[in-house]
Ligand binder design. Structure first.
Ligand SMILES: Nc1nc2c(ncn2[C@@H]2O[C@H](COP(=O)(O)OP(=O)(O)OP(=O)(O)O)[C@@H](O)[C@H]2O)c(=O)[nH]1
Ligand SMILES: [Mg+2]
Length: 300
């Protein structure tokens, strides 16, 4: 008899910067979630779909869990914790090169309380830049927690043990429907992906102190008769001085961000793209309910 199709949701949760988005992209085999060297890159819940012959796993990439400093931070924390509900498995990620920090301990405590009956698999990431002892210290700590069902060292960057991890997670799927068609890899609409690509490039190009305060809004996507997409986007920042830095001398920085983003946006749309970027100051937008709603950081 043919085995029944199995499916399920797996939430990826962990402290900021441990490699959650990198892992999801590798599992899906395509860039879905933006990645950066800076903590708190992911701001919302992003689904990445892995479709195989016998099963489908819907991964939920979530914002890194840490103390909230503003309304946006509160939203991000809520998104991460809400994503623990109604899933087949929780994938808890840690960074072996950093060991178990205070925020990881806090998350362990939280997961102990919130996971309920949902199995937790721990992926000890960045094994490629960690020592054997570093990985073992994390393992020994996690072995003390009965809610952690598996502990596996991986490297989301090199792919080490990622297949093994997928096999472990597939073991927690249940008989069920295919939630997404084979060719659908994410639930994110094109305009959101476009905004995220621009934000990623801004994070990469700009200095440390600004990026957390950046938000990107796509104002217009228009397909011209000649087959080119006209896209205009606004990069919001919180201070006039930041605006100057984002624009750069004679617009050089903004041009750099645009040049870095355009090829990826063109690949996404499958057409040439005429990208226009604007920079606007919106003081303290991360504490404004209206701004958060406009930029899509709400659950309604
Ligand atoms: N060496 C190494 N670097 C990694 C690995 N996985 C991720 N990184 C790097 O770690 C940084 C953070 O990766 P992200 O995937 O953005 O981390 P995240 O957990 O999604 O971060 P937030 O969205 O901020 O919570 C990036 O610079 C990645 O390239 C890994 O296995 N090895
Ligand atoms: Mg992320």
């Amino acid at each position: 008899m043919k085995d029944k199709f199995r499916s399920g949701f797996v939430t990826i949760i962990g402290s900021p910067n441990v490699g959650k988005s990198t892992l999801m992209n590798r599992l899906v085999g395509q860039k879905i979630s933006i990645v950066s060297e800076r903590a708190q890159t992911t701001r919302s819940r992003i689904a990445g779909v892995v479709s195989r012959r016998d099963y489908q796993i819907v991964f939920l990439d979530t914002p890194g869990v840490t103390g909230a400093k503003n309304r946006l931070g509160e939203y991000m924390l809520k998104v991460a914790y809400e994503s623990l509900k109604d899933v087949e498995c929780i994938l808890f990620m840690l960074d072996a090169s950093k060991g178990i920090r205070e925020m990881d301990e806090a998350l362990i405590k939280n997961l102990r309380e919130r996971a309920g009956d949902t199995p937790v698999v721990a992926a000890v990431n960045k094994s490629d830049i960690s020592t054997f002892d570093g990985i073992e210290t994390v393992r020994e700590r996690l072995e003390k927690e009965s809610f952690v069902k598996h502990i596996i060292p991986i490297s989301a960057e090199t792919g080490r043990n990622v297949d093994k991890l997928e096999a472990i997670l597939a073991g927690y799927l249940v008989e069920g429907p295919q939630y997404y068609p084979d060719d659908m890899v994410t639930d994110q609409p094109m305009r959101v992906i476009t905004a995220e690509i621009i934000r990623e490039k801004a994070l990469k190009c700009l200095r440390q102190e600004i990026p957390h305060g950046i938000g990107v809004d796509i104002e217009r996507i228009f397909l011209r008769e000649d087959g080119i997409h006209d896209i205009s986007a606004v990069i919001y920042c919180e201070r006039e001085s930041h605006k100057g830095i984002i624009i750069g001398v004679k617009g050089a920085m903004l041009k750099r961000i645009g040049s870095a983003a355009r090829p990826e946006i063109e690949a996404l749309f499958g057409t040439k793209v005429n990208l226009q970027l604007w920079v606007k100051v919106r003081p303290d937008w991360r504490n404004s309910a209206n701004a958060l709603r406009e930029l899509g950081y709400t659950d309604d």
